[in-house]
Structures are given as structure tokens and as C-alpha cells.
Design a protein around this ligand. Structure first.
Ligand code: DNO
Length: 358
């Protein structure tokens, strides 16, 4: 297992590489070029600048996140071929700098969605990301976008790039007649075009689950259950067509048995990497994010790490979203302290699992 940390680049993150390097057991990053719009080529020199900085800090970066898919690809428009060509150039460019896994998602319009980015947890005064579907009922998609941007402490949020969301109403409209099967067909077209480039360059595509794990705003969503992922891996039968198994996203639906899902896809060699966090279910389509500790939420992190150990022990993981603690002000979900505690905890579980397996 390689422990990694998401870092947004020195222009966009208030956390330094030195701080990340000092977290025990940290091997590298899940990196991102934070200012790239969906559909744009990630240029060679931009990637080199990011990697040079990361390597100089003594960290690796073999996973890159949020190489976002242009909506025209998801919608299956004729213009998709141009964006797919750009995507393939980006894959080749990333591979040149040692990238082995690209995390992306195939969610229409919205990436992850929350109704509160700083919900106070009464027991200890920390705060975390929170979702209550009832609160959505009163908000239009445009309002939720505005509110999310306003509450982000001035930071950009992955998946909420202003350029992409500017055209929101038109985009929502374009999805009106797109069924889940249409979306899957467009997805297959995309995979069939990029997976050969991945195979040639030694890169794996790792799709992030829908977050939360159900359809929102009436949009088609096709990546939130084990059955969905069975269909996805069958769309293109290559190990390069893999999953970024995000425990918190899938875990937002209590019916998803996360350790079983990891074992299933791990045994098939279809897990490219994992995002690991815990959540607490508070009601129907209502949850908040918690500390990583099993006892803090409803997911069993020991069973999750054991499933990783047993089926995909060489994979990359990162502590996903943390709470805001110790008066930290930062990017919602992506502060330093609670994610560092999460890494330490996951490393502790890993050491115990490894030693007891000997
Ligand atoms: C949210 C992240 C996601 C993820 C993208 C990949 O916090 O986990 O934004 O990186 O879905 O495209």
C-alpha cells in the first residue's frame, strides 16, 4: 500500500509539501493541476513544473486526480472526438512524468455534492461536510453552486470549476433526454478510445463513484452500486479500466457493503486506488463526514483496510476528506490536521493487519 495525500499545487493550496512530507509514512501525492478546465490538454511543461516541485520535496506523484471529462463526451455530442483526442494527449503527457493512475469521474454536471461544507459536530465543536437531501429541495442547482463556491473559504473546490458551471442551465437542459443506458453507451465510446492509449503508456484510468451514491437533480448517474461497477468494468475489459474506490462516496448509501465491494473488484484487479474516509448516516439521504476512526462513523475501517490488504495490497490510498479541527481554516474537506490524523490511523491499521497476517 502506498500512502498518499491530495495536494492542489503551490498556487492553490495553503498546505506545503514540507508539511505533507512530515506526515509519517507519506510516500507521495495524488496530485492535480487545479486550474485546468474539462477538455483542455494538460501540457507537458505544466506537468513538469508540478512534478519538479513535488520530487524536490522528496515525494512521488504516481496518481493524478480530476482530469475532468468534458460534458460533450458524456452527452455523446459530435464534438466529443476533439475532447477525447485532447484527453489522449493528456494521458501521454502524464505518463511521461511517471503517472500510473488517473482518477476521473463520469458524473453529469456535478462532481460531489454537499448541502453544508462546515456542519458543526456538536460533541467536539469540529466541523465537516454534510448532506441533507431535504435542504436541496429548496435550492435550485444554480443556488447550490453559488452557495458551495461562497462557503469554500476562498479556495477552489475539485469538480466545482467556475468555467464548467457557468453554462449550468444549458448543460442541465441537454441531459433531459439522456437515460442511464445512453450515458453508459457514451462512456463506452470514451473508454474504447482512451484505454488503448493507457495500455500503451502503462496508465490506469480509475473512475470515482457518484457522490452521494444516488441520482441528484434528476440527472442520470451510473456509478454508485456494485452492479453499476460490474457494468463499468465490462464496458472495456482491460485492467486499465479501473476504479478509484471511494469509501465515503459509496458508503453514503448504507446498502453498499464497502469491504465486500473492495474484495470483489480487488480480486478482479480492477482497483486503481482508494480514497478512504468514514461517514455517519443520520437519516434517509442524510449524512455527515466524520473522523476516520471506525468508532466515529458507520464504516468499519479495519474491515476496509483488511479487504485492501487481502486483494490489492500494492495499491495507492489516501486519507480522504477530513474535518476542520484545531481552528484550522482551509479548503473544505482538505485541511491538513484531520487528514494527517487519518493517515496515521490508516497506517496503524495496516501495520497491525500485516503483522497479524504473518
Ligand atoms: C472530492 C474528490 C473528487 C474526485 C473526482 C475525480 O473530494 O474525491 O473531486 O477527485 O471525482 O474526478
Amino acid at each position: 500500500m502506498k500512502m498518499t495525500f491530495r495536494w492542489y499545487g503551490s498556487n492553490s493550496d495553503n498546505i506545503t509539501l514540507k508539511q505533507i512530507r512530515q506526515i509519517p509514512g507519506m510516500s507521495g501525492l495524488m496530485g492535480v493541476l487545479d486550474d485546468k478546465a474539462a477538455g483542455e490538454v494538460w501540457e507537458d511543461d505544466e506537468i513538469r513544473a508540478y512534478m519538479d516541485e513535488v520530487h524536490a520535496a522528496g515525494l512521488a506523484c504516481e496518481v493524478i486526480e480530476s482530469v475532468n471529462i468534458h460534458e460533450d463526451i458524456k452527452l455523446g455530442l459530435p464534438s466529443r472526438d476533439k475532447y477525447i483526442e485532447n484527453y489522449n494527449i493528456t494521458i501521454r503527457n502524464l505518463a511521461k512524468y511517471g503517472v500510473k493512475v488517473i482518477v476521473y469521474n463520469f458524473m453529469p454536471v456535478f462532481d460531489w455534492l454537499r448541502t453544508d461544507l462546515a456542519h458543526v459536530i456538536e460533541e467536539d465543536g469540529s466541523n465537516s461536510l454534510y448532506f441533507n437531501e431535504k435542504d436541496l429541495g429548496e435550492m435550485t442547482p444554480l443556488e447550490i453552486v453559488q452557495r458551495t463556491a461562497e462557503n469554500a473559504n476562498g479556495f477552489s473546490l475539485p469538480g466545482w470549476e467556475p468555467a464548467r458551471l457557468k453554462e449550468l442551465e444549458n448543460t442541465l437542459d441537454a441531459y433531459k433526454n439522456v437515460t442511464p443506458d445512453d450515458l453508459r453507451a457514451n462512456y463506452k465510446y470514451f473508454l474504447d478510445a482512451v484505454i488503448p492509449v493507457c495500455e500503451e503508456t502503462g496508465v490506469r484510468m480509475a473512475v470515482h463513484p457518484d457522490d452521494p451514491a444516488w441520482p441528484i437533480f434528476g440527472l442520470p448517474r451510473i456509478a454508485h452500486t456494485a452492479e453499476d461497477f460490474d457494468k463499468i468494468v465490462a464496458l472495456n475489459d482491460s485492467p486499465a479500466n479501473a476504479i478509484c474506490l471511494c469509501t465515503g462516496s459509496l458508503g453514503s448509501n448504507p446498502d453498499n457493503d464497502i469491504p465486500a465491494i473492495i474484495r470483489h473488484f480487488g480480486a478482479m484487479n480492477r482497483i486503481g486506488c482508494l480514497h478512504i474516509r468514514n461517514i455517519k448516516h443520520l437519516g434517509y439521504h442524510l449524512f455527515r463526514e466524520t473522523a476516520h476512526l471506525s468508532a466515529a462513523g458507520d464504516l468499519d475501517l479495519y474491515e476496509i483496510m483488511k479487504a485492501v490488504h487481502d486483494t490489492c495490497p500494492d495499491t495507492y490510498i489516501r486519507p480522504d476528506h477530513g474535518r476542520m479541527i484545531w481552528d484550522e481554516v482551509g479548503r473544505p474537506g482538505y485541511g491538513l490536521y484531520d487528514r494527517a490524523l487519518g493517515a496515521a490511523y490508516l497506517n496503524g491499521l495496516w501495520e497491525a493487519i500485516e503483522k497479524s497476517a504473518r
